[in-house]
Design a protein around this ligand. Sequence first.
Ligand SMILES: C[S@@+](CC[C@H](N)C(=O)[O-])C[C@H]1O[C@@H](n2cnc3c(N)ncnc32)[C@H](O)[C@@H]1O
Length: 216
Amino acid sequence: MDSQFWIKAWKEGRTAFHQDKVHGKLVEFFSLLGAEGGQKILVPLCGKTKDLIWLQDQHLHVHGVELYEEAVKAFFTENNLSPVTVSKTPDFSEYKYRDIHICQGDFFKLQGPETFDLVYDRASLVALPESMRKDYAQVITRVLKKKGKYLLIVYDYDQSKMDGPPFSVKENEIYSLYEKAFSIKLLDMKPALQEGSRLSAMGDGIKQNVFLLEKK
Ligand SMILES: C[S@@+](CC[C@H](N)C(=O)[O-])C[C@H]1O[C@@H](n2cnc3c(N)ncnc32)[C@H](O)[C@@H]1O
């Protein structure tokens, strides 16, 4: 699943993952992150999600990472925000509006240890095939501070019934990716009813599972 896959999907309008409202599970479980004003939250593979705005409204410094530049620009224009370009390096162009920063570039090139207090992951880990998920988990583990909390929303379904993305990521895989560095708690497991017609057509056959992880 290389960058060309996603650029083509965006160009062809295959963006059913995008929601025009804040994600319900974020609102429902946000308090469990124990977020304090001024903390830095990472939103990997952020697309143009409105969740970035909601998180800023919770007094957080929000840091999205998205590879497709037009999606980053669309986030700001569709929400009537005028960003400034803060920096440009060979790997990332950083756009900023108030406390929302979006680094346009490849998530796997994110530098630095223990930069973020919190992570919010919806449709991000599940956007990647299994062969890439270990590297993804390693980046998350590296950039999150000790005791940092991570709200993770995944889908669980029979992968032979549908091609990803989104891919099915089962509970045992969450443990094998993260249990060395995190304590892990399953918060919620419900049919994925409001995640677009392709997924809701699977009815009870697809679950949306929410996990809270805390770095040891
Ligand atoms: C399924 S979408 C989810 C977007 C967002 N999390 C949401 O809830 O709407 C996955 C996004 O990840 C982006 N993406 C895929 N691979 C990436 C990478 N290596 N670095 C940064 N962004 C990436 C895609 O362009 C796409 O916008």
